[in-house]
Design a protein around this ligand. Structure first.
Ligand code: RFL
Ligand code: PHB
Length: 390
C-alpha cells in the first residue's frame, strides 16, 4: 500500500492531523494500537485553549463542542482555605477557555473520520518505522496476524509517551530532559453537580486539590497523593473526606458527593525530547513531551504541534516547499518550552513538596501572596493559562 502520510497513534494529535490533512486533500493512513472503544474510554484533559477550539471548528469538528462545551472566563486559587479569583477575560482582553473533555474531542474526531471514510486502522500491532532518513520511508504493522507494509512520503509520530516513534530516532541525535515530581494525582469522575461554576485550584498543607468538571452533572476532582498509593487504598469515602479538608469551607460544605465512576492515579512529570523531527519523521504531542497536568497544557500543546505540522505538510503538498517542515522542530519546541515552564511553575506553586520544609514552604507562600497582590503577576498567569499565541 502507498499513502502520503502515515500517522502513528490515534489519540487527539493523530486524529486531528488526519482530519485536517483529509480536508486539504492530503492522503493519510492512521495506525492505532488499541481498539476504538479503548481509546474512547480514556478520561484525560478537560480545558481547551482558544487555539484548540478554533482548530476544531476549522476542522469541522466543533459543532457538539459549541453546543455542550462551557466557556469559562476565570478560575479560583485557594490558599489554605482562602479563595482568590483569577479573572482570565479581564486580564487577557476578553480571552477565555472552553470546558470540554478530551474524551469528547476524541469522540468527535473519530465520528468525523468515520463519516469521511478516513483511513483509521485500529488494533494495528508491532508498528515499526523504516528509512526515515530517506524521502521514501515505510511503515510495517501487523493486523489480525498478518503483516502489512505502507510506503509513504512522511511519518507523523503521534503515538504518545510510550509509542515507538520517538525511539526510532537514533540515540546519538536525541536529547531528553526530564523532571519527575515526588507525587501523583488521584482523580475521580462522579455524576454529581460541580462544587463551583468555575475550577478551583487548591493549595493546602495536606497537598494540592483540584475541582474541575465536564458538565452540569459530571464532576472531575483530583487530589495530590503519594507515589506509593494505590487506587484500592482510596475508597470513595476516604477521597471525599480528604478533598473536603483541602477545600475552602464554603466549597467543602456545598460539595455534593456520590459514587465515583472512574478513579485513577497519574504520576506527574515534565519531559521534553529534542529534536521533534528526524529525516521524514515528525513527532507531535505526548510522543515528544509531557507536562504535569497542573497548567492544563498537555492536550493544548498537542494541538499547537499539529497546527505547525499540518501547516508545514499543506505547504509542502501545495508548492513543494520543505522550508516549514525543516524548521518544524525548532518552531514547535519554542512553544513547548514555554508551556513546560508554565506547567512546572504552577506545579511548584500549588503542591506540597515533602522536601520543602522551612525555606521552600515560605517561598511558596510568598509566591502566592505576591500573585494575589499583583495584577502584573495575575496577567502573566492568565495569558499563559488561556494559551500563548501559535
Ligand atoms: P495520546 O493521547 O497518548 O495518544 C497516543 C495514541 O497512540 C497510541 N499508540 C500507538 N499506536 C500505534 N502503535 C504504537 N506503537 C502506539 N503506541 C501508542 C495510543 O494507544 C494512543 O491512542 O497522545 P496525544 O494524541 O499526543 O495527546 C496528548 C494528550 O492525550 C495528553 O497530553 C493529555 O491527555 C495529558 N493528560 C492531561 N492533560 C491535561 O491537560 N489535563 C489532564 O487532566 C490530563 N490528564 C493526561 C491526563 C495524560 C494521561 N496519560 C497519558 C497517562 C491523564 C493521563 C492518565
Ligand atoms: C480536568 O478537568 O481534567 C483538568 C482541568 C484542569 C487541569 C487539569 C485537569 O489543570
Amino acid at each position: 500500500m502507498r499513502t502520503q502520510v502515515v500517522i502513528v497513534g490515534g489519540g487527539p494529535s493523530g486524529l486531528l492531523l488526519s482530519q485536517i490533512l483529509n480536508l486539504r486533500g492530503i492522503e493519510s493512513v492512521l495506525l492505532e494500537r488499541q481498539s476504538e472503544a479503548h481509546v474512547l474510554g480514556r478520561i484525560r484533559a478537560g480545558v481547551l485553549e482558544q487555539g484548540l477550539v478554533d482548530m476544531l471548528r476549522a476542522a469541522d469538528v466543533g459543532e457538539r463542542m459549541d453546543k455542550e462545551g462551557i466557556v469559562h472566563h476565570g478560575f479560583d486559587i485557594s490558599c489554605n482555605g482562602e479563595r482568590h479569583h483569577i479573572n482570565l477575560s479581564e486580564l487577557t482582553d476578553g480571552k477565555s477557555v472552553m470546558i470540554y473533555g478530551q474524551t469528547e474531542v476524541t469522540h468527535d474526531l473519530y465520528d468525523a473520520r468515520c463519516k469521511m471514510n478516513g483511513n483509521v486502522i485500529n488494533e494495528a500491532k508491532n508498528v515499526a518505522l523504516f528509512d526515515l532518513e530517506t524521502d521514501h520511508p515505510s511503515v510495517i504493522y501487523e493486523k489480525d496476524g498478518k503483516s502489512h507494509k505502507i510506503e509513504c512520503d512522511f511519518v507523523a509520530g503521534c503515538d504518545g509517551f510510550h509509542g515507538v516513534s520517538r525511539g526510532s530516532i537514533p540515540t546519538n541525535i536525541l536529547r531528553e530532559y526530564e523532571k519527575v515530581y515526588p507525587f501523583g494525582w488521584l482523580g475521580i469522575l462522579s455524576e454529581t453537580p460541580p462544587v463551583s461554576d468555575e475550577l478551583i485550584y487548591n493549595q493546602h498543607d495536606h497537598g494540592f486539590a483540584l475541582c474541575s468538571m465536564r458538565n452540569a452533572n459530571l464532576s472531575r476532582y483530583y487530589i495530590q497523593c503519594s507515589l506509593e498509593d494505590k487506587v484500592e487504598d482510596w475508597s470513595d469515602e476516604r477521597f471525599w473526606e480528604e478533598l473536603k479538608t483541602r477545600l475552602p469551607e464554603d466549597a467543602a460544605k456545598s460539595l455534593v458527593t456520590g459514587p465515583s465512576i472512574e478513579k485513577s492515579i497519574a504520576p506527574l512529570r515534565s519531559f521534553v525530547s529534542e529534536p521533534m523531527s528526524y529525516g521524514r519523521l515528525f513527532l507531535a504531542g505526548d510522543a515528544a513531551h509531557i507536562v504535569p497536568p497542573t497548567g492544563a497544557k498537555g492536550l493544548n500543546l498537542a494541538a499547537s504541534d499539529i497546527h505547525y505540522l499540518s501547516s508545514a505538510l499543506i505547504e509542502f503538498y501545495s508548492n513543494g516547499n520543505e522550508r516549514s517542515l525543516k524548521i518544524y522542530s525548532e518552531t514547535a519546541l519554542k512553544r513547548v518550552w514555554k508551556a513546560m515552564r508554565f506547567s512546572w511553575s504552577m506545579t511548584m506553586m500549588l503542591h506540597k513538596f515533602p522536601e520543602n520544609e522551612g525555606f521552600g514552604d515560605r517561598m511558596q507562600r510568598t509566591e502566592l501572596e505576591y500573585l494575589f497582590s499583583s495584577k502584573a503577576a495575575q496577567t502573566s498567569l492568565a495569558e499563559n493559562y488561556v494559551g500563548l499565541p501559535y
